[in-house]
Design a protein around this ligand. Structure first.
Ligand code: SF4
Ligand code: SF4
Length: 128
């Protein structure tokens, strides 16, 4: 009697261990194919974003720096069309009876030179 009960007791104790459900598989287990690559791409994208921000900041600094030259209007060619006034990013050009450039405001960016339909603007040294 003692032997039989002992044998049944051992089987009873083993069953729950053998039938224990295995844990559900995770959606993206660490170390699965693609996980490391995705993380690497995220880090690359972050690094590129930081570099782009830095480049844009430097470009803005250079844009804002005076070039040492300013726009000079050739009144003989100017038709008073007003294009230069509208394209100047710093508001350096005004137009009434003639077109005028305010030297302290002009950065020498040359946008007006490119946009003037009469080729009436060129860059020249700031008058001292
Ligand atoms: S764009 Fe040229 S032609 Fe037109 S107002 Fe300016 S300087 Fe004169
Ligand atoms: S060179 Fe640039 S800043 Fe100077 S007047 Fe022309 S558009 Fe304006």
């Amino acid at each position: 009697m003692g032997r039989g009960q002992g044998g049944q007791g051992r089987r009873w104790m083993q069953e729950p261990i053998n039938d224990r459900p295995s844990p559900p598989p995770s959606v993206s287990p660490p170390g699965s194919p693609g996980t490391g690559e995705l993380e690497g791409l995220r880090q690359q994208a972050d690094a590129l974003e930081r570099e782009l921000t830095s480049l844009r900041s430097r470009m803005a600094e250079l844009d804002a720096q005076p070039s040492g030259q300013i726009a000079i209007i050739d009144e003989a060619l100017c038709t008073l069309c007003g294009v230069c006034v509208s394209v100047c990013p710093t508001g350096a050009i005004t137009m009434e009876d003639a077109v005028r450039v305010d030297p302290p405001k002009c950065t020498g960016c040359a946008i007006c030179v490119r946009e003037c339909p009469s080729e009436a603007i060129h860059l020249g040294p700031v008058a001292s």
